[in-house]
Ligand binder design. Structure first.
Ligand code: SF4
Length: 267
């Protein structure tokens, strides 16, 4: 068995009943806690003993998530120094201002210097720093295809999709269920656009540009009769030519967390 480094590989082996006996709200949270070394497999009474023994020796515990994040950030910053902004700007849909790369995110300009430092015309959102730097380092400049795909249909999206639903789509649906004006507010705050809602027969469709060549589409279906509301976040089919799947995941979930914060502050 290969080393297990992804919480979802643990989640797949759990009963997925979300019983809470491990003192965490659900099995996904437990899987994440195990990989971070905060929980032990023995804390779930429902994993078979033989599975526990086999799994335990293969889990690569990430002892210090914040250190890993810092190291990732430092690695990205160091790679920015090797990039020729003048040739990379156009393929990224960016431009150069006073020697810095100006990349538009959600309608605002973010400026990146040759050391990878990020500043913004408004306040800098810390969670955007890694997607921005990753975009500059990893994007191959592919054009937007205009074909929308859900996270699960991205090439490497399927294994992480349950976590994306849990941490991205469900919280955003809940937010909009409780505040139907929110999508309209997001359009005005983040230079979003009403999109063609006939495409997926949704009641509301909104597109946003977290990065110049990486749009997302949020579709919301209102509750109707016995049917609950629903929400999907779609990515352009070219998304993985700009960011790795883990960064796309963080970008989507980070956006939702920012919307939640905005909603709290405005309520
Ligand atoms: S005790 Fe096991 S089955 Fe129950 S929520 Fe925790 S991980 Fe899931």
């Amino acid at each position: 068995m290969a080393k297990i480094t992804n919480p979802f590989d643990i989640y797949k082996l759990l009963p997925q009943t979300n019983c809470g006996e491990c003192a965490l709200p659900n099995c996904l949270a437990f899987a994440a806690a195990v990989i971070q070394g905060r929980k032990n497999l023995t804390d779930c009474p429902y994993i078979k003993t033989e599975d526990k023994e086999q799994l335990a020796s293969h889990i690569a515990i990430r002892e210090d998530f914040s250190r890993a994040s810092r190291e990732n950030l430092e690695m990205l910053k160091s790679r920015i120094g090797d990039i020729d902004f003048s040739t990379k700007a156009a393929p990224l849909g960016a431009h150069i201002v006073s020697g810095k790369l100006a990349v538009k995110s959600l309608g605002k300009d973010f400026f990146i210097d040759t050391r990878g430092n990020v500043t913004s015309e408004c306040h800098t959102h810390a969670w955007m720093t890694v997607p921005l730097l990753s975009y500059i380092v990893h994007s191959n400049g592919a054009d937007i295809t205009g074909r929308w795909v859900p996270f699960r249909e991205l090439k490497d999206g399927s294994p992480m999709n349950p976590l994306f639903v849990q941490r991205g789509e469900k919280p955003l649906k809940k937010l909009i269920d409780g505040n139907s004006e929110l999508l309209g507010d997001l359009i005005s705050m983040f230079s979003g656009e009403r999109a063609d809602n006939t495409l997926f027969s949704s009641d509301i469709a909104l597109s946003l540009y977290p990065l110049p060549k990486l749009p997302i589409l949020i579709c919301y279906w209102k509750p109707e009769g016995d049917m609950d509301s629903d929400l999907n976040i779609f990515f352009d089919a070219s998304a993985e030519k700009h960011l790795h799947i883990e960064t796309l995941f963080s970008l989507g979930v980070g956006l939702v967390m920012m919307f939640e914060k905005i909603s709290r502050e405005h309520s």
